[in-house]
Design a binder for this molecule. Structure first.
Ligand SMILES: [Mg+2]
Length: 288
């Protein structure tokens, strides 16, 4: 199986957001290779994924409209010193409301390069991705239900902000890409925050703090845990600890209640997981 391996949302190793580089297929094209890899079939082609994404977008819009009526005391952005075990959030004060989204595989599906990488049997290539950021407008699509969800937020007076690890050098390309996908206007430095905006590389924490200093962030959405806090991306964090952190009581209180996760089986930091991470020894089974 050849999958692209790019971690666009907050891998610890910036700027090359590459987890692994699976070897390209050496065998001649088989009947199976005439089809996309299963993860791409599922995410970009299946009704099952479309329904899951649409449902998440509906939950986001419903949550947002309910939440602004409650006038929350705090943003859902963790304060700089706060850990998941002792969560503390940026205060809202009288700041205007905002919703903060990752871009790739959260607002848009990157169909152009995903097909290209898969057909080439190649892994993620940062030089090709850089071109994609510059020229991809019109070839990335809004995810199912995303345009409607954003329209509901904006109609309620909520500022829609993207915080993505696309490059600040390609700001215009990303603005154009989001607009061409039917998702409206995102303006670099105001409603579009990019890698390179500050000196902290692929960590989105600094950009989140900048946004939360101006806005009451009522929700965040992403496809990877780095879209919520960099503490999930600590280098060499063991898989079991990452799981425990992400499913702790404090984290569980946020999922679907301010933090919204979209499915992405195509790429992510979980690509590091080994057999023993995925399958506990107690579950081992073999047929007679
Ligand atoms: Mg993403």
């Amino acid at each position: 199986m050849v999958l692209t391996a790019l971690l666009l949302a907050g891998c610890a190793s910036a700027p090359a957001e590459v987890a692994t580089a699976p070897a390209p297929p050496t065998a001649p094209m088989s009947a199976e290779a005439a089809k996309p890899p299963v993860a791409l079939q599922y995410l970009y082609g299946s009704a099952e994924a479309a329904i899951a994404v649409r449902a998440t977008n509906a939950r986001i819009a419903d949550y947002a409209l309910r939440r602004i009526r409650e006038r929350p005391k705090d943003s859902v952005v963790l304060a700089p010193s706060a850990s998941m075990s002792a969560p503390l959030f940026e205060p809202c004060g009288n700041k205007p409301f905002a919703a903060v989204f990752d871009a790739d595989e959260t607002l848009i599906w990157n169909l152009g390069p995903m097909r290209y990488f898969a057909e080439q049997g190649s892994s993620y290539d940062p030089k090709i991705w850089d071109q994609w950021e510059q020229t991809g407008a019109g070839k990335a699509v809004a995810m199912p239900g995303t345009a409607d969800m954003l329209a509901r937020l904006r109609a309620a007076g909520i500022t829609v902000i993207a915080n993505t690890n696309r490059s600040a050098a390609n700001a215009k390309g990303s603005e154009d890409t989001l607009r061409a996908a039917g998702l409206g206007e995102f303006k670099h430095g105001e409603t579009l925050f990019l890698m390179g905006d500050d000196a902290t590389g692929s960590s989105k924490d600094g950009r989140r703090a900048t946004i939360a200093s101006k806005y009451c962030v009522i929700l965040m959405a992403g496809d990877q845990l780095g879209d919520f806090s960099q503490q999930f991306n600590v280098k060499d964090l063991p898989a079991a600890q990452r799981m425990a952190l992400a499913t702790s009581a404090a984290a569980n209180a946020l999922w679907d209640q301010g933090w919204f996760l979209f499915p992405n089986p195509v790429y992510g930091p979980w690509e590091k997981l080994g057999w023993d991470d995925v399958f506990p020894a107690a579950s081992n089974w073999t047929p007679e």
